[in-house]
Design a protein around this ligand. Structure first.
Ligand code: MD6
Ligand code: FE
Length: 211
């Protein structure tokens, strides 16, 4: 698929938050290849919440720190609990894209130390939450969508704020930081489909400065 009418149009969402439509589209094939290599080294798995529920989104990590959830809670750690080994290194294509997207959004010098790789199958959703397990809220979150389109729920600083529904396509990037760093967000149930690069799935890369 070629560029969309709105590619390159930055859509402000709130102070410190912007949707960069199509920002990662050209580099997306390289991102998909790198994501596959990460998954080969640290397989996607369904983590368990502290409450004992298996998450619908399948996850893995790359970079010095990885986000994990189990009965003991949510946290970042340097080792993959499945293998005890360090998470795969952050691919260069990931690092460059995250740095460039953050700079475009007004956060120059973003050096992520954690990248969560999320795989959504049709029907998978992610309920409204804040990303607040990181040590440094001065850095933004950079979130890259690959594969099937999704409806991103972008709320406010209170869980009660009614979220906006944003259609995210392959190659779209959302950045939130500064006064929006702790906004509630989520993903509506993924619709079925068949993406040329990724088939029946959506992959999301979420970059953070966790440590
Ligand atoms: C997204 N993902 O998939 C946004 N947060 O577009 C998230 O906000 C997220 O997938 C924490 C853990 C996993 C996630
Ligand atoms: Fe999140």
């Amino acid at each position: 698929m070629t560029g969309d009418l709105f590619d390159g149009t930055d859509q402000p969402l709130a102070p410190g938050a912007v949707l960069l439509r199509g920002f990662a589209r050209e580099v997306a094939p390289a991102l998909v290849d790198a994501a596959r290599a990460v998954i080969a080294g640290a397989p996607l798995r369904h983590m368990v919440t502290p409450g004992g529920l298996e998450m619908g989104v399948a996850m893995t990590n790359c970079g010095p720190l990885g986000w994990v959830s189990d009965r003991r809670g949510y946290r970042y750690q340097a080792a993959d609990p499945l293998s005890g080994a360090p998470w795969p290194a952050l691919p260069e294509a990931f690092r460059t894209l995250a740095l460039d997207a953050a700079a475009r959004a007004g956060f120059p010098g973003f050096v992520p130390d954690a990248c969560l790789v999320n795989r959504y199958a049709p029907g998978t959703r992610l309920s409204l939450h804040q990303d607040r397990d990181e040590a440094d809220f001065g850095a933004p979150i950079v979130s890259v969508s690959l594969g099937l389109p999704a409806v991103f729920l972008f709320g406010g600083l209170s869980r009660a704020d009614r979220p906006r529904r944003l259609a995210l396509a392959h190659g779209d990037v959302v950045v939130w930081g500064g006064p929006s760093r702790l906004v509630y967000h989520g993903v509506a149930p993924l619709a079925a489909g068949d993406h040329p690069l990724l088939g029946a799935q959506r992959i999301n890369l979420t970059f953070r400065k966790a440590g």
